[in-house]
Design a binder for this molecule. Sequence first.
Ligand code: UDP
Length: 252
Amino acid sequence: MIDSTKKQANILGCYIDLVNMQEAVESIGNIIANGVPGQIVTLNAEIIYRARQEYELQQIINSARLVTPDGIGVVWAARSLGYQIKERVTGIDLLNRLCELAAQKGWSIYLLGAAPGVAAAAGEKLIQQYPRLNISGIHDGYFSENEQDGIIEQIKALAPDILCVALGAPRQEYWIKENMARLGVPVCIGVGGSFDVISGIKERAPEFMIKMNLEWLYRLVKEPTRIKRQLALPRFALQVLKHKYLARGRDR
Ligand code: UDP
């Protein structure tokens, strides 16, 4: 939601909250306390680029309760455009931190998405890590239109505090937007391929690559078919630079 009281960066028409991990989880805690359903987007450069062509996607991002900077492309763009940005807040890191807090605070979590068995395996790993975590329900992400109503009714009945949706971006963002009011879950967050990594079926980049902001390169090497998606990145960078120099020209 575009909110003048919040510190936000406008990157090619998408508004990103200039939050670090701590501020993001505090904001999510407030959403849970408040109880009004809100969508959380962890936004990367690919999706910002796509939203330039898909107005509905841009609307979804700009009406989300919290949009975090997911990925070095977003951090670079925000800094290039003169915003003070502290760190990346990725979907998987946010999910891990939320599970840690949920275990302490008694928030319940529902895991929706990924291939059959993967969300359950991710759930087991999370419980090993945070034994007091309450995972109230799990469903894979390969359901038909006919099955969808039943899944939504199940989630409603279980009334979790947090719904993690791992259908891949931006499908999960569309899905959350469409169903959030009906679900009535305070926090609905898209977490992309996080269940694949937490369950162990996919590996995350080694720590040094994460620290060097080279996670995108690791994913590209492991999954070369991502090249199509990642071609958006240089185009995104060019658009940001164009925007920056046009704005400078106007200021002169
Ligand atoms: N997925 C799903 N249902 C679908 C298509 C995809 O649950 O119909 C899952 C897929 O199994 C994977 C995740 O969505 O766990 C997408 O992962 P990816 O790493 O591609 O996430 P992104 O980079 O798109 O956020």
